[in-house]
Design a protein around this ligand. Structure first.
Ligand code: ADP
Ligand code: MG
Length: 399
């Protein structure tokens, strides 16, 4: 799960990371009021969306007067911000963060990620702040400092000092840098984060080390341990299809093609998508119904997949171990009866109770296209979808 910049800043500052003073606003009037409260002469108005690259996309504006704050807000509230991280549809702006503008002397990149090969938290830093890490590693790879943290002892002071030295930081700032690094590491561990990124971390004109931007992501499977973080979830920033699925305990990934996939297990989802591509089609999404899916759950899955307007054919591919093919078949039949689906539906079942499952499909009298192997299922789904497209008539019922 991702959170907003202002939320990440609040968490990090509780762990001792210094941030500029700022306040949240839900309207232009409130933004102007916040600026007056903050005092000073210059403010930064920042669109709060779950994506980076806001600066270049017009989502970060320097303002010197109340009029400029209104103008910046008018260009943000209720609009979609499209950055290189949002995809072409963009993300809606419903909150802005008003922050005191600070004089920047130096920009540093700081990121903490989970390094799977060493199975440790890795600190990645670069003297080239302000640029995206992908660009830094392409253009200035020698500027990147990496350091993994031994989990039994945590981030040691000497290790944090080494990072500060490697970045060429003025020795007078080392202590502030150590505090920042240790704060980020503790926040990462104690909140079960998967990523903390401060880009840029700056040295100000008056020699303070401040986090000007902050990004945090959390391990969804650990959110139950952090109710206060779970509450920060902002559905307006999520793919509505994915959040509807999450609300129903299903896991859904939206894609760009035209064939909707209902599967059980992420591995089978990958194999199904590969096979659809091999057969010449493109998946519109995949929905993982998980193990032990009841007929009701399968019917719910159908409703969700079909609510995606890109879907022009559905492929159900279930390998039943814990699941039961007869339950899945009942769910498919129930959904097709209720939903009056006017597109090809291909079902491939294998595993527990497969004969009973096939029987339920065959006896339903519904135009379900059945397949035995995965490649056959994918070819039939792609074939039926193409036929539908070319003839503009609905191809149904193989058997
Ligand atoms: P994004 O990464 O989404 O573009 P940032 O928060 O990093 O957004 O802001 C973009 C740029 O705006 C920063 O690199 C920094 O140069 C400038 N900036 C952001 N906040 C402030 C601030 N409080 N004072 C001065 N400049 C800022
Ligand atoms: Mg940034």
């Amino acid at each position: 799960m991702d959170i907003h910049e202002y939320q990440a800043k609040e968490i990090l500052s509780n762990f001792g990371v210094a941030v500029p003073s700022g306040a949240l606003a839900y309207s232009p009037e409130q933004a102007a009021y916040r600026a007056r409260e903050l005092g000073g002469e210059k403010w930064i108005v920042k669109a709060q969306v779950h994506a980076g690259g806001r600066g270049k996309a017009g989502g970060v504006k320097l303002c010197g007067t109340e009029g400029e704050i209104y103008e910046a807000c008018d260009g943000m509230f209720g609009r979609k911000l499209v950055t290189h991280q949002t995809g072409p549809e963009g993300k809606g702006i419903y909150r802005v963060y008003v922050e005191s503008a600070v004089a920047i002397d130096r920009e540093i990149y700081l990121g903490l990620v989970l390094d799977r090969s060493s199975q440790r938290v890795m600190i990645v830093a670069s003297s080239e702040g302000g640029m995206e890490i992908e660009d830094i590693s392409a253009e200035r790879p020698e500027s990147i400092v990496r350091s993994t943290v031994e989990p039994a002892v945590g981030l040691q002071e000497f290790q944090a000092r080494e990072i500060a030295f490697a970045l060429g930081l003025d020795p007078a700032l080392t202590q502030q840098m150590v505090r920042t690094l240790q704060g980020c590491y503790r926040a990462f561990r104690e909140c079960d984060a998967t990523m903390v990124e401060i880009n840029p971390l700056v040295v100000t004109g008056d020699n303070r080390v401040l986090a000007l931007d902050a990004k945090m992501s959390f391990d969804d499977n650990a959110l139950f341990r952090h109710p206060q973080i779970s509450e920060l979830r902002d559905k307006s920033q999520e793919d509505p299809r994915e959040s509807r699925a999450a609300d129903r305990g299903l896991s859904y990934v939206g894609l760009e093609g035209s064939i909707g996939c209902i599967v059980n297990g992420a591995g089978l989802a990958m194999a199904t998508m590969d096979t659809i591509k091999l057969a010449g089609g493109e998946p519109a999404n995949f929905l993982d119904i998980g193990g032990g899916a009841s007929p009701e759950r399968v019917a719910k899955a159908f409703r969700l997949v079909l609510s995606d307007t890109n879907v022009q054919a559905v492929l159900v591919n279930i390998f039943a171990g814990i699941n039961r093919c007869d339950w899945v078949a009942e769910g498919v039949v129930q959904a097709l009866k209720e939903l009056q689906i006017d597109m090809p539906v291909v079902v491939r079942l294998a595993g527990t109770n497969v004969e009973e499952g096939q029987k339920i499909l065959a006896q339903s009298g519904l135009p379900i296209i059945r397949a035995t192997t995965l490649i056959e299922a994918a070819e039939r789904a792609v074939g039926a979808w193409r036929n539908d497209l070319s003839q503009n008539t609905k191809v149904r019922a193989v058997k």
